[in-house]
Design a protein around this ligand. Structure first.
Ligand code: CTP
Ligand code: CA
Length: 228
């Protein structure tokens, strides 16, 4: 077996990845989630491991197999994902946020299953905004000092370059990766746009694993010069 990474460009690094959707409970049997498959994040975890890194994967509810040699932490909600991510971020040197975190959660999850009352009335759900996991980690002292290299992902429906560039600056991260549409939820391939302070690099359509390997190589190149 020939190892993909020769040399192992992330040897000595600890990569933390969030992946998959989150699930926000409405009641004990219902909730709000999204179509994220987790495939891109799992591919990045696998590629980072191939490149010699220690890898921790904080995964929302997906049924994907854990890549060999990767430590996996299962979570459901955005709040749980934040807690797990923040606790592992202390030891990490690279953070890649691929999770499709729900932007909002029901303000009050019911302790019991909500029942129809026979009147035809529908439940009125109120929402609160979820914490921004990537922005929280990126604001940390270690990230600010350049000891924790933060990478974000963005799927936009229009004006990818403009929206993604703005998102990179808003979250104060060195590298933002845009999914070049159409939506790639659940698919095995993707195309990416890497945006950093130097400009833009396009990675043409390929399998998510091959793109993950290319992305890992690009992250490794950038580790020595971190600027937002
Ligand atoms: N992200 C996160 N926590 C959130 C929302 C987003 O960590 N609560 C991360 C995602 O994992 C991704 C990046 O932030 O790496 C961008 O996510 P995206 O949904 O595109 O951006 P938002 O800031 O949520 O803005 P919007 O959805 O309104 O475009
Ligand atoms: Ca969002």
């Amino acid at each position: 077996v020939v190892a993909f990474f020769q040399p192992k460009v992330l040897l000595g690094q600890h990569v933390l990845v969030t992946a998959g959707p989150t699930f926000e409970a409405i009641d004990p049997v219902r909730g709000i989630t999204n179509l994220s498959s987790g495939k891109m994040g799992f591919a990045i975890a696998k590629a980072a491991r191939e490149a010699g890194a220690q890898v921790t994967l904080v995964a929302g509810p997906v049924t994907l197999e854990t890549p060999r040699g990767v430590q996996r932490i299962n979570v459901k909600s955005a709040s749980q994902m934040l807690e797990a991510t923040v606790s592992y971020a202390d030891a990490a040197t690279i953070f890649v946020a691929t999770a499709a975190v729900a932007d909002w959660r029901p303000a009050h999850a019911s302790g019991q299953k909500i029942k129809k009352d026979g009147s035809g009335q529908t439940p009125q759900l109120a929402f609160v905004e979820n914490p921004d996991i990537l922005a929280t980690v990126a604001r940390s002292e270690r990230a600010q000092r350049g000891e924790l290299y933060c990478v974000g992902f963005a799927a936009e429906s229009n004006d990818l370059l403009a929206h993604a560039s703005a998102k990179r600056l808003k979250k104060a991260i060195p590298l933002l990766v845009g999914n070049i549409g159409p939506a790639t939820f659940g698919q095995d391939d993707n195309a990416l746009l890497l945006i950093d302070d130097k400009g833009v690099l396009e990675m043409p359509r390929n399998s998510k694993l091959n793109l993950a390997r290319q992305l890992v190589a690009e992250i490794a190149k950038r580790l020595s010069r971190v600027t937002v």
